[in-house]
Design a protein around this ligand. Structure first.
Ligand code: URA
Length: 233
């Protein structure tokens, strides 16, 4: 099943390989519970975290999981890789099935979110969501105030035929900038500094929306998001 939401009769039919006519009978016989209540409406919409039981047996019973990780440099934001360790390799066994919400490059570090909630991920990473992501960027050459206006104006990327959304650049010191993006194009920050022929030496994500990287997490460590963090998004 591809989407996260299904009509009840279709969901039961697919998970039990029973035809929908027979599923209707099961519902009429009150053999199906959704989140503990008898379900009789074939049109009821089932989400990925609704508990569905048939004759007392769970057909679906999954809890949502939301984690933050302090991603180290040299680890790939992917579920599988032939050459490098992946962020999934760093997770405890019970979290191996999670997916990544918004990647970081191999040589970037910092805040990475992981979840089993596809809808949450899509909302957070969709171009319309405009969730702000902050990065601390260390550069090889000195920064100048020119960068501020160039980042704010947006840059045209011919390969994708897009102009980047206005980005905020704050000069923290001669070689360090804080960059805030509302999107996440391929190697976006490196390519933006590339326009100035200024290579990025270090790239570290410090926040995604209101969620800040927990300073108590060492590189490679992860923890569950708190209720307050989840509610803040
Ligand atoms: N921009 C980049 O170039 N790399 C990242 O990992 C994130 C943003």
């Amino acid at each position: 099943m591809q989407s996260n939401k299904h009509r009840l009769d279709r969901f039961i039919s697919a998970t039990t390989t029973t035809n929908r006519k027979h599923v209707r009978l099961m519902l009429a016989q009150k053999r199906v519970l959704v989140n503990g209540s008898v379900a009789t409406d074939i049109n009821q919409i089932i989400g990925q975290f609704d508990k569905v039981e048939l004759d007392g047996l769970a057909l679906q019973d999954k809890q949502p999981i939301y984690l933050m990780m302090h991603k180290p440099v040299g680890v790939v934001s992917a579920t599988k890789d032939d050459q490098h360790k992946t962020v999934i390799d760093l997770l405890p066994p019970e979290y191996k099935g999670l997916h990544i919400t918004g990647r970081l490059d191999l040589n970037s570090s910092g805040l990475l979110l992981l979840t089993n909630d596809g809808e949450w991920s899509r909302e957070l990473t969709s171009p319309e969501s405009k969730v702000k992501k902050c990065y601390e960027v260390t550069l090889e050459n000195s920064l100048t105030t020119e960068y501020i206006s160039a980042f704010a104006a947006g840059m045209y990327f011919p390969f994708e035929d897009i102009t980047t959304r206005p980005a905020q650049l704050e000069i923290k010191s001669e070689f360090i900038a804080k960059v805030t993006l509302e999107e996440g194009r391929y190697h976006q920050i490196k390519r933006m500094f590339g326009r100035f022929r200024n290579p990025v030496v270090k790239l570290h994500r410090t926040s995604i929306g209101p969620i800040l990287l927990d300073k108590a997490l060492s590189t490679g460590e992860s923890r569950l998001l708190t209720k307050d963090e989840l509610d803040s998004l």
